[in-house]
Design a protein around this ligand. Structure first.
Ligand SMILES: *[C@@H]1O[C@H](CO)[C@@H](O)[C@H](O)[C@H]1NC(C)=O
Ligand SMILES: *[C@@H]1O[C@H](CO)[C@@H](O)[C@H](O)[C@H]1NC(C)=O
Ligand SMILES: *[C@@H]1O[C@H](CO)[C@@H](O)[C@H](O)[C@H]1NC(C)=O
Ligand SMILES: *[C@@H]1O[C@H](CO)[C@@H](O)[C@H](O)[C@H]1NC(C)=O
Ligand SMILES: *[C@@H]1O[C@H](CO)[C@@H](O)[C@H](O)[C@H]1NC(C)=O
Ligand SMILES: *[C@@H]1O[C@H](CO)[C@@H](O)[C@H](O)[C@H]1NC(C)=O
Length: 216
């Protein structure tokens, strides 16, 4: 086989890899199930942004609520630590480095908000007598499933004034679970296994193309 052909084969092999990029997920959810709080925050990519649906099945009571303005909740940078450690989630997702302490989020001016400040942009969770909060949805135009504002690999934390009272990892894929993982009360989803499989498949294909060129 001529050197020219080998180069061509390698170019084709490279192309085969490049043509199957890992697809970003389009769905995810955080199922918080700790400290007697059961809340699910689901995320779904839609044409105008990400549709966020919040359902609280139990735990956010007016008796527990410290601030009259309700419970804050945010997307945090990192996953939950072992034994439901909400401190391990780090700070709020804030890629634009907004200074929350000097200038609170103005929902009418999204540039003033931390990307992960769901409560600041869309309202706090208001406690109820029985601790349930009826399901509600909104479109968030900042968060995404890939790039700088990606929520993949992060977590959701509910606060009561300054205390982090409950948290769970955001798991990609359809929500199925309700039990804890290593961290914060989430199972289900596929951890986006499919894109890893696809990439491995295209690499095998590339190697086969290269080997066939050698054989002939
Ligand atoms: C989830 O974690 C909480 C807090 O650690 C614990 O009370 C609860 O039993 C766990 N649930 C399951 C299903 O493991
Ligand atoms: C957002 O999700 C809710 C709950 O599934 C649904 O009722 C609503 O139609 C969705 N909105 C959009 C724009 O997809
Ligand atoms: C929780 O995580 C934080 C930050 O990683 C760590 O400093 C702390 O020791 C952890 N707490 C427990 C109880 O493991
Ligand atoms: C909680 O109550 C406040 C004040 O009435 C309101 O502005 C906010 O939208 C409510 N939060 C939700 C999620 O409905
Ligand atoms: C909220 O937390 C801050 C900081 O610890 C504290 O100063 C304040 O008194 C708390 N607010 C209420 C209503 O407890
Ligand atoms: C959670 O775990 C319990 C006990 O292992 C099991 O009975 C239940 O079916 C599980 N729920 C989900 C949603 O996986």
């Amino acid at each position: 086989m001529q050197f020219k052909n080998l180069v061509a084969a390698l170019a084709i092999a490279g192309l085969a890899t490049a043509q199957t990029p890992a697809a970003a997920p389009t769905k995810g959810s955080a199922h918080i199930n700790m400290a007697d709080i059961d809340a699910t925050i689901s995320f779904e990519k839609v044409a105008t942004g990400v549709n966020v649906t919040v359902t609280v099945a139990k735990g956010l009571t007016t008796a527990l609520q410290v601030l009259p303005s309700g419970f804050q909740y945010h997307i945090h940078e990192k996953p939950v630590g072992p034994n439901n450690n909400c401190t391990a989630t780090g700070g709020h997702q804030n890629p634009t480095k907004v200074n929350y302490n000097t200038a609170p989020c103005d929902p009418k001016n999204l540039a003033s908000c931390e990307v992960g400040d769901l409560a600041g942009k869309h309202g706090n969770l208001n406690g109820t007598a029985d601790g349930k909060v009826a399901s509600f949805s909104y479109i968030d135009t900042q968060i995404t499933f890939d790039g700088d504002n990606s929520i993949v690999g992060r977590s959701v934390v509910i606060h009561n004034n300054v205390t982090r009272i409950a948290c769970a990892d955001i798991v990609t894929g359809a929500a199925t679970g309700g039990n804890n993982t290593t961290g914060g009360g989430n199972t289900g989803g596929d951890k986006d296994k499919s894109s890893a499989t696809k990439l491995a498949g295209s690499l095998v294909l590339s190697s086969m193309v290269a080997l066939m060129m050698f054989a002939f």
